[in-house]
Design a protein around this ligand. Structure first.
Ligand code: DGL
Length: 262
């Protein structure tokens, strides 16, 4: 069991930002990443469609023998993780916008959240937001159009910078000092966001917390891989693999990028 891979899926390349944190934290673990780029973006789909896509991805990762699944997508987590947990008998780790740390640390009592429509309209997001942001103003902005640009590898194109500038305007007007990236694609926009935001705005995402949680669950279930051989790091995509290759460019490991037809 312990040598079986950790399965990770996202609507495309975004979850690679989470995979990097997991690989850094759990270097011995074999990993299998599934980029469902063919169906990206998930963010504007109905909750039922997001559940169906998450089930399809889970079935694929299980058919490959994964011991645990990381849903490296805020949209899929907030809409589908309870369904997955009740229907499959393996641990699932999800990712949600890091509202709590932002709400606890803000000095201006104003935080911004950039996420997909699917995440911001989910019941799970509302529960978390209500629990932690009672005396805080929360500026929620849907990052419409950003995921397709990231999927195309256009992290710092003129169009991307223009969209980000538009989305940051109401947040800056509300004097935010924390920007929560509530979509696993968005960490790849941090260099572009830093060009737009003043230095006192801290950008946070949930990648490192997801990696720590994955480690802790593997420990708890006695599933850590203690072998010393180099891990197998596999990446599967059912879309264009160019951006995936670009994002994995400097990874010091053997990486298989295979097109997948479903
Ligand atoms: N990367 C995803 C997320 O974290 C999904 C974005 C999308 O497909 O719209 O929400």
């Amino acid at each position: 069991m312990s040598i079986q891979p950790i399965g990770i899926f996202d609507s495309g390349v975004g979850g690679v930002s989470i995979w990097k944190e997991i690989h850094a934290c759990l270097q011995q673990e074999n990993t299998l990443y599934l980029a469902d780029s063919k169906h990206a973006p998930y963010g504007n789909k109905s909750a039922d469609d997001i559940v169906a896509l998450s089930v399809k991805n889970t079935e694929y990762l299980l058919s490959q023998g994964c011991k645990l699944i990381v849903v490296a997508c805020n949209t899929a987590t907030t809409n589908a993780i309870s369904h997955l947990r009740s229907n499959y008998d393996i641990p699932f780790i999800g990712i949600e916008p890091a509202i709590k740390p932002a709400a606890l640390q803000t000095k201006t009592k104003s935080i911004g959240i950039l996420a997909t429509k699917g995440t911001l309209s989910s019941a799970l997001f509302h529960q978390t937001a209500e629990a932690f942001t009672k005396d805080i103003s929360v500026i929620e902005i849907v990052g419409e159009g950003l995921v397709p640009l990231i999927e195309a590898g256009a992290m710092d194109s003129e169009e991307t910078i223009e969209l980000l500038t538009t989305y940051m305007k109401p947040m800056l007007a509300a004097n935010i000092d924390y920007l929560v990236l509530g979509c696993s694609h968005y960490p790849f926009l941090i260099p572009s966001l830093k060009k737009i935001l003043p230095p006192h705005v801290t950008i946070i995402d949930s990648g490192a917390a997801v990696a720590r949680q994955t480690k802790s669950i593997l420990e708890q279930y006695n599933m850590l891989n203690h072998t010393t051989s180099a891990p197998t790091l596999q990446f599967f995509s059912n879309g264009d693999t160019r951006t995936l290759t670009q994002l994995l460019g400097n990874i010091q490991a053997e990486v298989f990028i295979e097109p997948l037809d479903f």
